[in-house]
Design a protein around this ligand. Structure first.
Ligand code: SF4
Ligand code: SF4
Length: 102
């Protein structure tokens, strides 16, 4: 609620030309909600679903100010990869450092 760094496309991923970040599996409950799919999901050239990002690389489902107060607006049905990042893990600390959140 006070971070949100891992909800943003990391520079390394963007540098490789990937516009998508968090993958959405075909069995995720999110894909059953057409209204949310239209707003929050994009598919790459291979048809793989990802969470849609804003121009700065933030997941569009994230509301609020990074590092201050944020909220996942689809928390209960957030995709599996969103649940996999553990606070304090290497991935978490890398994301926080990249966004200047210490
Ligand atoms: S769905 Fe929620 S937890 Fe997952 S990246 Fe977007 S804002 Fe973050
Ligand atoms: S897991 Fe780490 S990077 Fe992701 S929101 Fe929590 S503190 Fe921030």
């Amino acid at each position: 609620m006070r971070c949100g760094a891992c909800c943003c496309n990391p520079a390394s991923n963007a540098a490789e030309g990937f516009a998508g970040w968090v993958e959405v599996g075909e069995r995720e409950p999110l894909l059953a909600d057409e209204r949310l799919v239209r707003r929050l999901v994009v598919r790459d050239e291979e048809g793989v679903a990802h969470l849609r990002l804003d121009p700065s690389g933030r997941c569009l489902a994230l509301r609020g100010r990074l590092g201050v107060r944020v909220e996942c607006t689809i928390y209960k049905i957030r995709p599996h990869p969103c649940r996999a990042v553990l606070a304090g893990s290497e991935e978490c600390l890398r994301a926080r450092a990249e966004r200047g959140i210490v």
